[in-house]
Design a protein around this ligand. Structure first.
Ligand code: SAH
Ligand code: SF4
Length: 398
């Protein structure tokens, strides 16, 4: 465990996420294990060191390069050993509870872990790329005021296997094995689904290492973006140990507003956050940091806010681009979306200062797949509905 991520201060809104339960069938899921961990798992199960090394190499290739989930299909492993492996290990995928397709081609999957935790994953096809939006937690402890995920009560960290498993599932669905084939639809990954990736650092790092491994899922680090709401103490480590592109959910330029809409700001303030961005390893003019800015009507969208944003970016000499995200509404949200004219004016001010500031078109709104709309159906059910279901269950039991 990483001590920094699991020691919430007195102003952290919610306690640390719960860890995953072991699989109910007692088997070990090989997905999410590094090469070394896979070898150790085989040694613990009884193989000698030499055998474990060879098998781990073979299995790694079948699992991450070929997408095989059945030991019986691993043709270079002795037939006699296949049942031995099947008894002890699985090559898992998150269970698919529901798959939806938006009118704009965006796809959303409701997924379930073996201990029955639901979370979501989204695939956004574009003309020149396909982006998979991956979750790092079931829910989120951070409660940003404009984000539906932040209202989920149950929060558990996803394991490395459950994180890399999302990418593997998407590859299954798109028919994109082996990993090394050309012309793939899934070209980019953003850690922008449910959860705060830097509050689940170890699992996110381990998963992304497998995604980036040339003999693993083989996606380059420049095609991966990690988005954080500003967990300052973990940002340098993210740059050093993961090394992917960084996106920061800025959303406000004053302490007052950011404290309100991103409560984590009360713990790690704007100055600290922007300094951590300036220090982010690997950021330069060719690899800019993306500042996400959700446009909330009359809250953070004035011309003065835009000018202050420019000032801050220049003051900290940040190699930055800004993504303006029109607020995606959800039932009960306390905010409205800024008008298109307001967003245009804001964007122009930033753009005129020489900083790229595209306005993001919301994708998959009709299936609640857009930024900040992810919240699983089980959690969306009202108290009354849950009570009714409990009554029905009680009645069925007699
Ligand atoms: N927890 C991480 C990553 C997930 S959120 C983070 O906060 O950065 C991905 C992006 O969607 C973040 O910038 C988030 O602030 C933004 N977002 C959340 N709710 C939104 C909403 N309702 N409308 C538009 N964007 C939203
Ligand atoms: Fe969590 Fe990100 Fe939503 Fe904030 S915006 S509640 S950090 S998922």
């Amino acid at each position: 465990m990483t001590p920094l991520m699991s020691s919430p201060g007195h102003i952290d809104p919610v306690p640390v996420a719960r860890p995953a339960e072991p699989r109910p069938d007692g088997k070990i899921d090989l997905v999410g294990l590094s090469k070394v961990e896979m070898r150790e798992a085989l040694t613990t199960a009884g193989l000698d060191a030499k055998g474990a090394k060879l098998r781990a190499k073979q299995i790694w290739h079948w699992v991450y390069n070929r997408g095989v989930t059945d030991f019986a299909l691993m043709t270079d492993i002795a037939r006699a050993q296949q049942p031995w492996l099947t008894e002890r290990f699985v090559i898992g995928r998150p269970e698919i509870v529901e798959a939806q397709v938006s009118t704009d081609g965006t796809r959303k999957w409701l997924l379930r872990t073996p201990d029955a935790q639901d979370f979501e994953m989204v695939f956004i096809p574009d003309a020149d790329r396909g982006t998979l939006c991956v979750s790092s937690q079931v829910g989120c402890t951070l409660n940003c005021r404009f984000c539906h995920t932040g209202t989920m009560r149950l929060v558990r960290n996803l394991t490395a296997g459950e994180i890399v498993g999302q990418v593997m599932l998407a590859r299954d669905a798109l028919g994109e094995w082996p990993s090394t084939q050309d012309g793939r639809l899934l070209t980019n990954i953003v850690m922008m689904g449910m959860g705060e990736p830097l509050y689940n650092f170890d699992a996110v790092r381990d998963a992304l290492k497998i995604v980036m491994d040339g003999d693993g899922l083989a996606l380059g680090k420049r095609r991966i973006t990690l988005s954080t709401s500003g967990v300052v103490p973990m940002m340098a480590r993210a740059g050093e140990e993961i090394g992917v592109n960084l996106a920061v959910s800025l959303h406000a330029v004053t302490k007052e507003v950011r404290d309100e809409i991103v409560p984590l700001n009360r713990k790690y303030g704007l100055e600290e956050l922007l300094q951590a961005c300036a220090d982010y390893p690997g950021a330069n003019n060719a690899r800019r940091i993306t500042f996400e800015y959700v446009m909330l009507k009359d809250k953070n969208d004035s011309d003065a806010d835009a000018h202050e944003l420019v000032r801050l970016i220049k003051h900290y000499r940040l190699p930055a681009k800004v993504n303006l995200i029109p607020f995606n509404p959800w039932p009960g949200a306390a905010y409205d979306t800024s008008t298109p004219e307001r967003i245009k004016s804001f964007s122009n001010i930033v753009f005129d200062a020489g900083i790229s500031a595209p306005v993001r078109t919301p994708r998959g709104r009709d299936i609640d797949a857009a930024c900040g709309q992810l919240k699983t159906a089980s959690e969306k059910k009202s108290r009354a509905e849950l009570d009714r279901l409990a009554d029905e269950k009680q009645a069925a039991l007699g």
